[in-house]
Design a protein around this ligand. Structure first.
Ligand code: SF4
Length: 471
């Protein structure tokens, strides 16, 4: 996916004016957040579980090289082949090589953010291979030539009516708004693909080093179809997905569905430890696991290492006031929302995603929702500091902050500026007392989509002085 993160401000303005998008986002994020709160409230000690999950992920990150080797040794013993991809290009090349080795023509694929990151579909199609997304949301995205806008709910930006129109136009379906009819129709189409594909590709939610197991949690069963029906099965997983023990997986899998979709558990939890064994009638004859680095090792050695603990639940997106208003596409790359605002600059370079660390009010809702308690606001602040250090701060920001610091450190200038602002905003206010648009270019943008409440007639300092004087 082409990186357009630097166009965030323009994309956000377009998104804010898109009524259909606003309807879809309000519906999707509110439902997901409420469901998460309900599901988490059922846990006896949710905070303790979150702390345990965080500890498991951070321990795994500390021991990452050893755990990856342990994972490789264990799954190799059961007939799988582990391949290492340093970057996106290497990953895509490895998949194409595997496809050619086994004379594959048609590939079915389950949802995977890692493959979005590498642009796998484009690379496969360029190599003359047919690839069919089988997660319903991803299938719709592919059909529409679109891209996912949420880690867990790829078509959160689409309304049911838009999906209906797409199916009618592209697949000739008899029009219906009923989600069950739409799903049944897509399922029928996908069934044919599952039965005819020679290769299946999935991501992984966790890699368990202790047993050499790939763990996948899904709701549609397509992950199981992709991993068990075609004779060749390829898993593509970021190296940060590894956890040490089955017990760690058991902790994390209690939190992932609750945080992602508000479910106690997803409909399917697959644990795959190698290719089909001689005494097993089902399963792939060939299994490959591609471990993708693509910048993760670099992040692991920095003060942003904690971002690698993310389990891609999407909870931080659903509660973020910025994401709730602009949606995922505005972030201009695969990862969106608060965690996207951290990992996109880390993976693609801060200069290539300069607006993203500023796309946050630092309210802390993301950290409060995160099942592994990642301190996203802190990392966003550090990234802002990095931007300043690299000379990538927005034009005028450093001068503006210096002027602000001067004002704030002088009681006289502070009072004077307050008095000027009070008079100015009162002069600009409409009959209801609200300022619709501030004139200065920068602040004018700020009021493009909000009203500016006028300053109080009497500032607190004046009220306090009057009170002291007994008035
Ligand atoms: S940062 Fe936390 S809340 Fe956000 S997707 Fe990752 S695990 Fe979920």
């Amino acid at each position: 996916m082409e990186l357009k993160a630097n166009a965030f401000p323009q994309a956000a303005i377009i998104a804010l004016k898109d009524i259909q998008l606003q309807t879809a986002l309000a519906r999707g994020t509110t439902n997901a957040s409420n469901a998460r709160l309900r599901a988490m409230s059922e846990v006896t000690d949710a905070e303790a579980l979150r702390r345990q999950a965080r500890a498991a992920k951070l321990r795994a990150l500390r021991n990452l090289p050893a755990l990856l080797e342990q994972f490789e040794a264990n799954i190799t013993q059961r007939g799988a082949t582990v391949l290492w991809a340093e970057d996106a290009e290497a990953c895509n090349r490895l998949v194409i090589e595997v496809a050619r080795r086994h004379a594959v023509q048609r590939i079915v694929k389950s949802k995977s953010m890692a493959t979005e990151e590498t642009g796998l579909n484009r690379a496969l199609e360029a190599a003359g291979l047919e690839v069919i997304e089988t997660d319903l949301g991803e299938y719709i995205v592919q059909l529409d030539g679109d891209s996912p806008s949420h880690i867990v709910m790829p078509i959160i930006h689409k309304t049911r009516e838009q999906v209906r129109d797409l199916f009618v136009e592209k697949l000739g379906m008899t029009p219906s708004d009923d989600p069950e009819v739409l799903t049944a129709f897509a399922r029928q189409k996908l069934r044919e693909a599952f039965l005819s594909a020679q290769m299946g590709i999935t991501g992984a939610n966790f890699l368990i080093a202790e047993t050499g197991t790939v763990a996948i949690v899904t709701n549609e069963g397509n992950g199981r179809m992709c991993s068990s029906l075609p004779p060749v099965y390829v898993v593509i997983a970021g190296i940060e997905k590894v956890v040490e023990r089955v017990a760690d997986f058991a902790t994390l899998v209690q939190l992932l569905p609750r945080s992602a979709t508000g479910q106690r558990m997803t409909s399917y939890v697959h644990l795959i430890s190698g290719a089909a064994q001689p005494d097993e009638p089902d399963g792939p004859a060939f299994m490959y696991v591609i471990l993708l680095d693509n910048g993760r090792s670099r992040i692991r050695g920095t003060r942003y290492a904690e971002s690698l603990a993310c389990i891609r639940c999407g909870a931080c997106l659903n509660v973020c006031p910025v994401y709730q208003n602009v949606g995922g596409h505005a972030y201009g790359w695969v990862y969106s929302g608060p965690i996207g605002a951290v990992i996109t600059p880390l993976l693609k370079g801060v200069a290539n995603a300069a607006p993203l660390p500023h796309a946050s009010s630092l309210c802390g809702a993301c950290q409060a929702a995160c099942p592994v308690m990642i301190n996203i606001p802190d990392m966003l602040l550090r990234l802002r500091a990095d931007l300043v250090a690299e000379g990538e701060a927005p034009p005028g920001l450093s001068a503006g902050i210096a002027a602000w610091a001067r004002l704030m450190s002088s009681p006289f200038l502070y009072e004077l500026s307050g008095a000027v602002a009070r008079l100015a905003t009162r002069a600009m206010a409409g009959s209801d007392g609200q300022v619709r648009r501030l004139p200065v270019p920068l602040l004018g943008n700020w009021t493009e989509n909000r009203d500016f409440p006028p300053f109080a007639a009497k500032p607190f300092r004046q009220l306090w002085r009057e009170r002291q004087r007994g008035q």
